[in-house]
Design a protein around this ligand. Structure first.
Ligand code: DOR
Ligand code: ZN
Ligand code: ZN
Length: 345
């Protein structure tokens, strides 16, 4: 884990950038949603909202009703809506979803993630749907892990499927969500600019050693895809710090109540809650590598370009003002809880 100590006395005390976008976010439902929406708006102008609810966002009417619930919370956050691709999704539904304002469709292979038991088993069976998405200029977002493969290998095992999708649908914009491996990074770089990847804060900071130690799991670092080796982490970091245009920020902030995380028996629920710490952590990380000037592109430009959206008009200021991350936000333990961060929004 990084960020243990500051290098030297820094000159900069304030950083103002275009207000960022989060191109992969779980805003949930009910009371949790009501807390998450305004908290997200403190850091982000827009968020691509994931559809893995129970029941999932599948049809145009599901999408409109979820959007209405989110909007009713009342905040400045602009919602970029997504739908979940099911084995039963049709090209006709895609057209209706587009009409209802969808920006992207999300593919979850069966059983690889939270609420994905009803996910896709046969990717090729959906080719007519991908064709419709390509024609409608919708983005295909993919949780790129292969079912039935161990968690350290599942992303790499999925990459041939990604490559085949790009070959068959060269104009379809595809995002490999939360890329976590060297092989994933290399695959994206080898494909054309219609294929990109989101990168999370936790995959830039953590490795498997921060998730599991002997038989102990740190539940607050436990997610899918699991954080990988130091080699993988370093490649992700180098790629992002280099400003590579195919890699942009998506937090995959996925809050779960502490009670379902800190369990005495069974598996903790999977997901890292990073919304309130994401920008301060990224600023600290970019600064550590003398690349603070590239932070804005990663969080506020490259993703917008990929999604063919205008850059946000608002800006946000980070101040160098050390603060201790709270142990909890409304019953959810955030990434970096109890630790000190240099930058504050
Ligand atoms: O760790 C994860 N949590 N990975 C996902 O893909 C989904 C997410 C969630 O919804 O909690
Ligand atoms: Zn995912
Ligand atoms: Zn996610």
């Amino acid at each position: 884990m990084l960020l243990s100590e500051a290098k030297e006395l820094p000159a900069m005390t304030e950083l103002t950038i275009t207000k960022p976008d989060d191109f992969h976010l779980h805003l949930r439902q009910g009371d949790l949603m009501k807390q998450l929406v305004p908290l997200t708006a403190e850091s982000f102008a827009r968020a691509l909202v994931m559809p893995n609810l129970q029941p999932p966002v599948v049809s145009a009417s599901d999408l409109k009703s979820y959007q209405k619930d989110l909007a009713a919370v009342g905040s400045d956050l602009q919602l970029l809506m997504t739908f979940k691709l099911m084995p039963s999704t049709t090209p006709q539904m895609v057209a209706e979803l587009r009409q209802a304002g969808a920006v992207a469709g999300k593919l979850y292979p069966q059983g690889v993630s939270v609420n994905s038991e009803d996910g896709v088993t046969d990717v090729e069976a959906l080719y007519s749907v991908f064709d419709a998405m390509q024609e409608q200029n919708l983005v295909l977002c993919i949780h790129g892990e292969m079912p039935g493969v161990g968690e350290m290998e599942a992303e790499t095992a999925f990459l041939p499927t990604l490559q085949a999708l790009h070959t068959n649908f060269p104009r379809l914009r595809i995002v490999l969500e939360h890329v976590s491996t060297r092989a994933g990074v290399e695959m994206i770089k080898s494909l054309s600019a219609t294929v990109g990847a989101t990168v999370t804060v936790h995959h830039l900071l953590l490795t498997i050693d921060d998730v599991r130690h002997d038989h102990h799991i740190n539940p607050h670092h436990y997610c899918r895809p699991v954080c990988k080796s130091e080699v993988d982490r370093k490649i992700l970091l180098e790629t992002v710090l280099s400003g590579h245009p195919q890699f942009f920020f998506g937090s995959d902030s996925a809050p779960h109540l502490k009670a379902t995380k800190e369990v005495s028996t069974g598996e903790p629920s999977r997901g890292v809650f990073s919304t309130p710490v994401a920008l301060p952590l990224l600023a600290q990380l970019f600064e550590e590598y003398d690349q603070l000037s590239r932070l804005e592109a990663f969080v506020a430009q490259l993703g917008a370009d990929f999604y063919q959206l205008p850059k946000n008009k608002d800006s946000i200021t980070l101040q160098r003002s050390p603060w201790t991350v709270p142990q909890e936000y409304f019953g959810v333990v955030p990434l970096w809880a109890g630790k000190t961060l240099e930058w504050k929004i």
